[in-house]
Design a protein around this ligand. Structure first.
Ligand code: GTP
Ligand code: MG
Length: 297
């Protein structure tokens, strides 16, 4: 008898949703950064535990929309919460709940979708008794299937989240092959690894206006080398200069960080070439948002 559970990971931007997904899957399939709005599309992660297949949808974080891309990201969240077995709602336990979070949680209660609340980043709370107060406050307004205090960073409590989800799985055939961990094409994964490094090392508005398109990705016939060429799109000519850096230093740094991660993930030597191009104000241009694969699926 096989079982399956479809689970959407939702919550405010920067709460640690993608970190949680990576920790559960055991591989880095979703980009993580300390900048808000890291995740832009729905990312599927698959984990098999015994006879049970858990299918996760990591979603963009809740935030105030400022451009068309943001609107698409928030639509992705709305579209990812129907026809699922559970919501894993991730909150940063150091931050007070906001109205956007409350509203979404109440809508889950109304449609009777079980919600597992993950109170993340408890490593940042020194007085652990505070956690009980937070749980009591939240539970007075919203009903949860389970509440799990977690530190993804310290790998504390993640196994309990899994156990809670397994309880909600129902008898069904598996939807994905047992060796599959994500449905993202390799080119998308590679592009996201490059974007993540740019998010890490760039400041202010520049990283938010970046999209990465992997144009070619092929293994050489005569050598164990994977050639990847990627285009980094930014929104302004002035941003292009920042992304490239003095004598190309910024681009070199990002490329070498990305290459290290690509080699680790694909287990092969990587030759990475990156170009930088400008697409003025692309986050407000529907056709470009679509071209970059950032409109809802
Ligand atoms: N201290 C601490 N930091 C954490 C923990 N989990 C995640 N982080 C950090 O929180 C930041 C945001 O993590 P992400 O996983 O990208 O958050 P997200 O919810 O996916 O964010 P969006 O994609 O923007 O919605 C990163 O800098 C993580 O390293 C944790 O348990 N403790
Ligand atoms: Mg994310």
């Amino acid at each position: 008898m096989t079982k399956t559970a479809f689970v959407t990971i939702a919550g405010r931007t920067n709460a640690g949703k993608s970190s949680l997904l990576n920790s559960i899957i055991g591989e880095k399939i979703a980009s993580v950064s300390d900048k808000p709005q890291t995740t832009r599309t729905r990312i599927t992660g698959i984990k098999n535990i015994g006879e049970t297949q858990l299918v996760f949808f990591d979603t963009p974080g809740l935030h105030k929309p400022k451009n068309k891309l943001s609107e698409h990201m928030l639509n992705t969240v709305r579209e990812s919460v129907s026809d699922i077995d559970a919501i894993v709602f991730v909150m940063d336990s150091t931050k007070k709940i906001n109205s956007q979070e409350t509203e979404l949680l109440k809508s889950f209660n109304k449609s009777e979708i079980p919600v597992i609340l993950v109170l993340n980043k408890i490593d940042l709370i020194s007085d652990k008794s505070e956690i009980m107060t937070i749980i009591a406050d939240l539970s007075s307004e919203i009903s949860f299937e389970a509440v799990v205090p977690v530190s993804v960073k310290e790998n504390n409590g993640v196994d309990i989240v899994e156990e809670e989800i397994i309880k909600l799985a129902s008898e069904s055939p598996h939807f994905f092959p047992d060796d599959m961990i994500t449905d993202q094409p390799e080119k998308v994964l590679a592009g996201e690894m490059i974007r993540e490094k740019l998010l890490k090392i760039l400041k202010d508005e520049v990283p938010h206006g970046i999209a990465v398109g992997v144009e070619t990705m092929s293994e050489r016939e005569d050598k164990d080398i994977l050639d990847i060429s990627a285009v980094i799109y930014c929104e302004k000519e002035s941003h292009k200069g920042i992304v490239i850096g003095k004598n190309g230093s910024m681009l070199k740094r990002a490329s070498s960080m990305a290459r290290y991660e690509l080699e680790k993930f694909f287990q092969i030597q990587v030759n990475l070439k990156c170009w930088v191009k400008v697409k003025e104000d692309w986050r407000n241009r529907e056709n470009l948002i679509r071209t970059f694969g950032l409109s809802e699926q």
